[in-house]
Write a protein that binds this ligand. Sequence first.
Ligand SMILES: Cc1ncc(COP(=O)(O)O)c(C=O)c1O
Length: 422
Amino acid sequence: MENLNFFRKKSLELDKTDPLNNYKNYFCSESDLIYFDGNSLGRLPKSTIDQTTDLIKNQWGRELIQSWNKHWFKLINDTTVYLSKMFQCNPSELFVGESTSNNLYKVIDSLAASKKFKTVITDSLNFPSDIYVIEEICSRNNLRFEFLKYKTDIECEIELLKNIIQNNPNSIISLSLVSYKSSYCYPYKALNELCEKNNCELVWDLSHAAGALDINFEKDKFTFAVGCTYKFLNGGPGSPAFIYVSEKKIKKIKSPIRGWFGHSKPFDFNFKYEQSDSMEKFRSGTPHILSLSTLPSALLITNKASTSKIDFKRKKMIKYFLELFDKFLVNRGFIYESPSLKEIGSHISISHNESWRICKSLIKPKSGNKFIVDYRPDRFLRIAITPLYSSYHDLYLFVERLMIIIDKNEYLIHDNSKNIVP
Ligand SMILES: Cc1ncc(COP(=O)(O)O)c(C=O)c1O
């Protein structure tokens, strides 16, 4: 095997000078598992265990219904404040709750109901469920559905997208800021400005960007966004999603779901529905306190580290991985399936003729470290770059492991049968 020593030493040096190198101690981990799942679920913060246990044992267990006033309205408020700090917006511009799909539906449908728009535009880099939601809203509201299919599933054809926006004023545009497969990241500020100029509303899905990229809603000219918190924000399985609406638009849109918690006075129990004029209008029902309970502790870690440092380390880790990739993986049949450093989010997609069996070998080694990455059809191995709990040395060990799997034909011991998760 090639001499890896230079890169091993380099990884250790980079870790030594990394200002975030102690953050992995905030998370639960196992010594023989290196976690690069890319990124469907972030790690469990240690502080979440105490916070959620207290909520279940004491707040629900002992204080019962009184906990709404004593703890749970504050929990909702704190979560919103922490998230607003991360996105550098006003807490009154955020709603935290429910799922991304649900929230995307509410936002796009509320825009459609305004009757100002003729078309909804999306593209082939978007997450499938976003596309399902948009298509249904179009058919119910008699809006034209414009689906841009690019030549590859790696990059957006940005000039084509810009032309479509310019040629279709008064449209709703829905895009995932970081594409779930290839990790392509759009020039979001330029697109926000272009949409504003053309009377279009751009609704971003930030699921693969929140907590990974240094996003500033005001400076970067965002108007509408949704996203989840269980990926780079480490909120846990099914932790609530969010909606951002910039201050100037909040009063102009109505949620399509008339939930009692979205009423301006939910506890008056009036028959007449009067929607809240704050972001609480998006609350379709009772807030999901159990799933919300895991989020504040996780957000505090991200805010303490700061998204600017996380973003900086993300780029540096990707650069280091690319050096290893060019030197040791290209000649072993691996293909780099993500855009260049300038246009990439916080995961890297690679592929190989044997992607699936390699994925199984990583997860089920005969001995040594287990590596978790994820597989997306038809060929992608997604590797998340999670600067809070991953190190440069983890990346080094990962590449070394891939080399062994190929050189020793280890993947051959696995069959090609597919479960949902390898
Ligand atoms: C980019 C993106 N959008 C939307 C979703 C769906 O989110 P939810 O399950 O919260 O509705 C996902 C799920 O992974 C996603 O990656």
